[in-house]
Design a binder for this molecule. Structure first.
Ligand code: ATP
Length: 212
């Protein structure tokens, strides 16, 4: 199994948002659906190690998110739905910082910058449009040698060209063995991306959907 979750519970104050007893997926592309407020972003942040939670998460059948925090985070990438970065930072700063932290192979950052058309590397985030910020966050989500890439609403605010580039990247990484968890309120299979399975986040847990 690539990713295994057991007894994952997550709450904000007294509001319990997640209670997933068991969820396992093997290599594939998974579409995670759910109504607004169902808990998708909370699940993704918990999986990425950004929100402390109870339970167990195991990646690649050996990296426990608590016992092996560095190995785990090196292999688990997240592209956030609505990324926010300090306004004084530039895309160049962010990309080079994450590339180093994720031990990104040589020229990978340049390839991603080219692919997604991030031709405003020195312009600070404070003066970037939301689509410009989103494209940088997507480039960052592909840095390093991840086993799993989570993309939370990757299509919002990006233009057609970036959308095509994104699907191209997803296919290329998938062919190299990367598993994807993607949330999207829009259909994306028409882009030629074959989804292995779909799940819906409902009543705090993930339920498998019948293939359409
Ligand atoms: N920082 C927070 N503090 C308190 N409650 C929060 C916080 N973030 C999210 N919530 C609550 O947790 C629940 C799940 O929110 P989450 O953002 O995970 O949903 P989502 O499925 O990603 O929604 P959407 O499709 O609208 O993006 C909602 O009820 C939301 O109000």
């Amino acid at each position: 199994m690539i990713l295994e979750i057991e007894n994952l519970k997550q709450h904000y104050g007294v509001l319990e948002v997640l209670d997933i007893v068991s969820w396992k997926v093997d290599y594939g592309i998974y579409w995670i659906q759910g109504e607004n407020g169902a808990g998708k972003s909370t699940l993704f942040r918990s999986l990425a190690g950004m929100l402390p939670c109870s339970g167990n998460i195991i990646l690649d059948a050996k990296y426990d998110f608590r016992a092996h925090p560095v190995d785990y985070r090196l292999r688990m990438n997240l592209g956030e739905a609505e990324p926010l970065y300090p306004s004084f930072l530039t895309p160049a700063d962010l990309i080079s910082f994450v590339a180093e932290a994720k031990k990104s192979p040589a020229r990978q950052a340049d390839m991603l910058i080219d692919a997604l058309g991030v031709n405003y590397l020195k312009q600070n985030f404070g003066s970037c449009s939301s689509g410009m910020v989103k494209k940088v966050s997507l480039a960052v989500a592909f840095l390093g040698n991840p086993s799993v890439i989570i993309l939370d609403e990757p299509l919002i605010t990006i233009d057609k060209e970036a959308r095509q580039a994104l699907f191209h990247l997803i296919r290329a990484y998938y062919e190299k063995g990367v598993t994807f968890l993607i949330s999207s309120h829009q259909l994306f299979q028409q882009e030629g991306l074959e989804v292995t399975e779909s799940f819906v986040l409902k009543n705090k847990t993930l339920v498998k959907l019948k293939m359409q």
